[in-house]
Design a protein around this ligand. Structure first.
Ligand code: BG6
Length: 501
């Protein structure tokens, strides 16, 4: 985690495969800029863009600079304005390697660059299309670039999607592990770079209070929501072959579930933390095909409105099949078969083009055991919630019932809360700062281990399998909170979704 007085990371050459892609300009470069602003990059850190388009260090730098400057207005994580002096010092670190990912000459050229450094440290960041992950990894291995015997570290960062189902994720892991060790692999889930996600563990395990009620004796159920207002934007082709389940659940939503549900690790080291996460995801009950259908809802947005603005339906988006059955919304009910959570349902939902942007975890507590004030309006106690808002209004709030002042016994919902902005001066961050810094310093705690990834796919595989042969995709109007069937998933259990926003 980055904080003031954090030491600069060791020197290294950071190779960005897929340098002309979106991820590099939208997230990685702003994150490197922010790390440089905070003095966390070593003087000898070099950043080399690798891509097949012929370009130069200067042109690569200009493109990144222009993008940062364009986002001055305050895009997420972007600096408020580009500090030109700071940029100039960052631009000096940039270089560019034109090269085809499939051509061994590219890897030879990379090897020559590393050989010229004193430290020999290198990170290969695969910000490429997933079809290149095995290809690049295999060639890095063949070229001897993953060999650490001369002393320098060699690490590979892999973006999502990590496979498209259990079998493909297992195959990708096997392919990577043939040419490198698990210690060298940094599988990114950008949710783990979010301060609010990291804070779940700190809140749970640094405050004695939480553990006393964090179990099936006091918690009725847990809701995890990632609602987005955006549609598929320019990613229609990718999204249409992927869908909301694959895009968000085995990775981001399960990370949130793991943070809420895992047991306290014996230490805050990478192996202990990842071991506990693997256990809890591994404890998700595999539904039979019939129950997978019963406990899941798929939706797809149709045309709708936000305010006065007309919003197109999913099937009208660019590069989307006009008869597509791909889900843009999914709601699931899962059970965790362990002592802490037996009998506590976890309801998960995520959707595009919903009414508000809101990623939150709502822990719903069991109501008071009986109606204390039986002859009053308080006859049926309401449950209390703890809302952990990941974004955009970061913080945590307990939702309590209080007596409204006055002669009558009338209750009102009140909140006991902590908003990040009231306590911390948060500098703009993309969420990738911590992840890049941790990779440079060799801390794998916030990265996914092979078993974390495979257990995630194992838990969603029953839904994928059941949907392949059955179930319905429900329409919902763009700008609204998913299909009615998504609400029924809870109302049939006599529960309801916590209000968004
Ligand atoms: C990405 C998904 O991994 O996460 C996108 O591919 C999604 O479809 C995004 O929009 C959500 O991330 P965040 O940080 O905006 O919640």
């Amino acid at each position: 985690m980055t904080a003031q007085k954090t030491p600069a990371a060791p020197p290294c050459t950071l190779f960005l495969f897929g340098a002309s892609g979106d991820l590099v300009k939208r997230l990685l470069m702003p994150a490197l800029y922010n790390l440089s602003r905070d003095g966390l990059l070593d003087r000898n850190l070099r950043i080399v863009g690798v891509d097949h388009n012929a370009s130069t260090a200067e042109a690569f730098g200009e493109r990144l600079h222009d993008f940062l400057a364009e986002r001055d207005a305050g895009g997420e994580g972007a600096p408020k304005s580009v500090d030109e002096k700071l940029w100039a010092s960052l631009a000096k670190r940039l270089d560019y390697q034109t090269g085809d990912f499939l051509d061994m000459a590219t890897y030879q050229a990379i090897g020559e660059r590393i050989a010229k450094t004193d430290h020999g440290n290198a990170i290969f960041y695969l910000a490429t299309s997933p079809r290149f992950f095995p290809e690049v990894a295999q060639r890095l291995g063949e070229a001897g670039l993953l060999d650490e015997s001369a002393g320098g570290f060699r690490r590979v960062v892999i973006e999502k999607p990590f496979g498209t189902d259990l079998a493909s994720a297992q195959a990708l892991n096997a392919c990577l592990l043939k040419v490198m060790s698990e210690r060298q692999i940094y599988r990114i889930d950008h949710y783990l770079g979010k301060e609010t996600v990291q804070n779940i563990l700190v809140s749970r395990f640094s405050n004695g209070l939480f553990e006393s009620f964090w179990n099936n004796h006091y918690i009725d159920h847990v809701q995890i929501t990632a609602a987005e207002t955006v549609g598929v934007e320019t990613r229609g082709a990718f999204y249409d072959g992927t869908g909301a389940l694959r895009d968000m659940v085995p990775n981001h939503l399960f990370q949130l579930l793991a943070m809420v549900a895992m047991e306290p690790p014996a230490a805050f080291g990478a192996d202990a933390v990842r071991g506990e996460k693997a256990k809890v995801i591994g404890a998700i009950r595999p539904w039979s095909s019939k129950l997978a259908l019963k406990n899941s809802v798929r939706g797809q947005y149709a045309a709708g409105k936000r305010g006065d603005k007309d919003l197109p339906g999913y099937r009208e988006e660019d590069n989307v099949d006009s008869a597509s059955q791909t889900e843009t919304y999914v709601a699931l009910k899962v059970m965790i078969d362990n002592w802490r959570w037996a009998g506590v349902p976890f309801y998960l939902r995520t959707g595009k083009r919903m009414s508000v942007r809101d990623t939150e975890i709502a822990i719903c507590f069991k109501p008071a055991p009986y109606a204390q004030f039986r002859d009053s309006a308080l006859a049926r106690p309401k449950p209390n919630y703890l809302k952990i808002q990941i974004q955009p209004n970061e913080g945590m709030w307990f939702d309590l019932q209080a007596k409204r002042p006055g002669p009558e016994l009338i209750t009102q919902n009140v909140e006991l809360g902590f908003a990040y902005k009231d306590f911390f001066n948060m500098t703009p961050a993309t969420g990738y700062e911590t992840l890049i810094y941790d990779c440079l310093t060799g801390d794998q705690t916030l990265f996914q281990r092979a078993d974390n990834i495979e257990n995630g796919w194992r838990a969603v595989q029953p839904f994928l399998d059941a949907w392949a042969s059955g179930g319905e995709v429900h329409e919902y109007p763009a700008g609204e909170d998913g299909p009615e069937a998504g609400n029924e998933l809870l109302t049939r259990d006599k529960r309801e979704w916590h209000g968004l926003g």
